[in-house]
Design a protein. Structure first.
Ligand code: SF4
Length: 729
């Protein structure tokens, strides 16, 4: 007997029976179809006819359903009920399709929800779980218009936002001073006992406790202190948190250590965590806490993590999943024709901490990224290798944008960074010079954008020193003269509580150096709570940072705990982010922002005031596809018996791609968590799930358009259409 036939014989539970009864009671027509159908095929045909009949009233929905690549207007024309009708029809069209479920280490998942209902009704089998039936209940309520979409009023969104104080709140600042004192006192104890030591940060003989404390307070301003004294063990973590972690968490963290999951929490970032929940900020630091404390799923799955992005798996000499040939080594990553990522062989391969839902956990597992800062210092050979890597950018016809990341771009030393920027400058000059001999239409794309990917303004704002700022300012001044126009620091604030006086000062320095700061938020469960992300956008705008991306959590079961379903990201976009949508009339004003970065705060404020917006929703919500590129253009085409949804994505049509996407076609993912499980988790986080009413219904998506500030500046010549470094075979 096949595995699927075996599963079909599994009896459903009492809870599933009760939900099924409710489903049939609310939908007599569904019950009639199910009871009259002699087999699953008749059930599929019966439901299909019923749904198609109702779709006759909505030609726009019918056209959308039948269209392979629907456009913006047809998406906009859909009514709430249409979403559900299209979903049911997509379920039927994909009935019986099998998928490799990488959440379950490659087990085969099959989607056939109508058959599961038919089996449950007629035989009491099919093995569908309550989470599945809850999803079905909501689906048919939407279809029969029993439930309607209620978009919250802006005032209500503002009320939700108000639940999340920022780290600039004086009461929070005070609490963190207490946290700092506790952490420093623990460190002094450890240093006195000789359990931790540093050649740079040492007490003079005969110093009193008070003098020692004053020394550590001074050291606190030095990023090297935080790197030297970062916590690398669960015991010290607990001690620095005033022994406030519960025994289960400690056990889990010990298990994480045994498994080889790195620990690296620097004292500054640790001081953002509260040991007691402050009455005025209940749950406010959860998004931070969930970044530091590993989940059971991450610990259990650590040995089995598979790269989410296929481009990360490169065989020497062969093109990557997007068809790009890359220089040898692991220094260049590339998905698109116009941009490539450069990962230097420096301490920039490390981060200022390890985010539990890191997209590169795969690389941490392989040991490619780590916190052994000594071992990561650049070798002699790096200089030559860097020149060869620069040649790759120089000789490529389309590359115009270089994103330095890691790890973390600003973890590199000042000297490494200076060398790197200088190499980029010289490469950009050579590329420009070489272009002079190419006729129009055959010219190569010249470098117009340089980006640094860093979370240090959040993890370690002390790293943004006057020296670093001067290096960045000097590079900008020189590079502007040779046509580089966009200088961007891409950072990653996850919570309003990460915006502190220190991080604000770091941002101010970077803006003063002429660089634009943009933020990439990862929509973890804690960050997905009502109002949380909207508040983060507002607080970031207050300090001069523009939001850039809101990412769906990547990965499989290892990230299950932090995973917020895509339906919630769609809901957040439609019901919360929308109150900051920038009217088209203001696009021209935003376009000028990067030219006056030192006035960024005032310019953002002026625009918010003129347009009456609480924040500027300049970010796009996207998923990094496990194929090539980013997108949020999707349809839910299936669901497992566990209620986990199966989504099919189209590529983002708004940007240039490798031609390989025409061969790859659509990309399918299975979510690691059902909506019902997600809501239960929110409830455990203290949320009122009634506020999330409607989340089940967001079953279709369209990638948002890019705000012009994020477009490449145009050339005054025509770039060749030839693609180099590409091999499609
Ligand atoms: S800073 Fe970025 S690369 Fe580093 S651990 Fe966090 S998410 Fe991963």
């Amino acid at each position: 007997m096949s595995k699927i036939a075996e599963l079909d014989r599994i009896a459903i539970s009492v809870a599933s029976h009760k939900l099924l009864r409710q489903l049939l009671k609310e939908n007599p027509k569904l019950e009639e179809v199910m009871r009259n159908a002699k087999n699953e095929i008749e059930a599929l045909v019966g439901v299909r006819n019923w749904v198609l009949e109702t779709l006759q009233e909505s030609p726009a929905a019918l056209a959308f359903y039948q269209c392979e690549h629907a456009d913006h207007d047809s998406f906009q024309a859909l009514r709430w009920q249409d979403y559900s009708a299209i979903r049911i029809l997509d379920y039927i069209d994909n009935a019986g399709r099998e998928f490799e479920d990488l959440n379950l280490r490659g087990e085969i998942a099959v989607s056939n929800p109508i058959k599961l209902i038919w089996l449950a009704v007629n035989r009491g089998t099919g093995g569908a779980k309550p989470f599945f039936f809850k999803d079905m209940l909501h689906l048919f309520r939407q279809f029969t218009r029993e439930s309607v979409r209620l978009v919250p009023e802006p005032d209500l969104v503002e009320e939700w936002m108000g639940r999340y104080p920022s780290g600039l709140d004086p009461r929070i600042i005070k609490l963190r001073e207490e946290n700092r004192a506790r952490i420093l006192n623990t460190l002094i104890d450890y240093m006195e006992q000789g359990e931790i030591q540093s050649s740079r940060f040492r007490f003079d003989p005969g110093m009193s406790r008070e003098q020692k404390f004053l020394s550590t307070l001074e050291w606190w301003q030095d990023h090297r202190f935080h790197l030297s004294f970062a916590v690398r063990s669960p015991e010290l973590l607990n001690e620095m948190l005033g022994n406030s972690l519960d025994p289960d968490t400690i056990k889990l963290l010990e298990r994480a250590k045994e498994k080889g999951i790195p620990f690296f929490v620097n004292p500054y970032y640790l001081s953002l965590l509260h040991v007691r929940v402050p009455y005025f900020a209940i749950g406010a630091d959860l998004a931070i806490r969930h970044y530091v404390i590993y989940s059971t799923q991450l610990v259990e799955e650590f040995d089995y993590i598979r790269a989410w992005e296929k481009e990360d798996l490169v065989e020497p000499g062969k093109p990557n999943a997007a068809g790009w040939l890359l220089p040898p080594g692991d220094n260049v990553h590339r998905r698109y024709p116009d941009v490539a990522i450069l990962i230097p062989d420096t301490t920039g391969r490390a981060c200022g901490g390890l985010c539990a839902s890191c997209q590169r956990m795969y690389d941490f597992q392989r040991g490619h990224l780590n916190f052994d800062l000594e071992a990561l210092r650049p070798k002699e050979s790096w200089k030559e290798r860097l020149e060869r890597l620069m040649e790759y950018f120089e000789k490529d016809t389309q590359l115009r944008d270089i994103l330095i990341t890691g790890g973390d771009a600003l973890m590199s030393s000042d000297r490494s960074l200076e060398n790197l920027l200088d190499a980029i400058y010289r490469m950009a000059v050579r590329k420009r010079e070489a272009n002079k001999v190419h006729p129009d239409g055959e010219k190569y794309a010249e470098i117009v954008r340089v980006r640094l990917g860093t979370r240090l303004p959040v993890y370690l704002p002390q790293r943004i020193t006057p020296k670093l700022t001067a290096i960045l300012a000097e590079f900008k001044a020189r590079a502007s003269e040779i046509g580089i126009r966009q200088f961007i620091i891409q950072t990653h604030f996850e919570s309003p509580m990460e915006v502190t006086p220190e991080s604000r000062q770091a941002v101010t320095h970077l803006l003063g150096a002429g660089w634009t700061l943009t933020n990439q938020l990862v929509m973890t469960t804690a960050a997905s709570r009502r109002g949380h992300s909207a508040q983060l956008r507002r607080i970031l705008n207050d300090i001069g940072v523009l939001s850039y991306y809101t990412f769906v959590v990547k990965g499989y079961q290892e990230n299950n705990f932090n995973y917020a379903p895509i339906a919630r990201i769609m809901q957040e976009g439609a019901e919360e982010k929308i109150i900051g949508r920038v009217p088209l009339d203001y696009y021209e004003a935003i376009r000028r922002f990067p030219m006056e970065t030192e006035s960024m705060v005032e310019n953002i404020d002026d625009l918010r005031r003129d347009a009456n917006l609480p924040f500027l929703a300049t970010d796009r919500s996207v998923l990094n596809l496990p194929g090539v590129g980013k997108s949020l253009t999707f349809r839910i085409i299936g669901i497992t018996r566990y209620g986990r949804r199966i989504l099919e994505f189209d590529h983002d049509p708004t940007r240039a791609h490798s031609p390989i996407i025409h061969r790859i076609g659509k990309v399918v993912i299975i979510e690691s968590k059902s909506i019902a499980e997600y809501l239960e988790q929110l409830e455990q986080l203290g949320e009122d799930v009634a506020e999330y009413e409607g989340v089940y219904g967001y079953s279709l998506g369209e990638t948002e358009p890019r705000i012009p500030i994020y477009e490449y500046p145009p050339y005054d010549f025509t770039v060749t259409e030839e693609l180099t470094n590409l091999e499609l075979e």
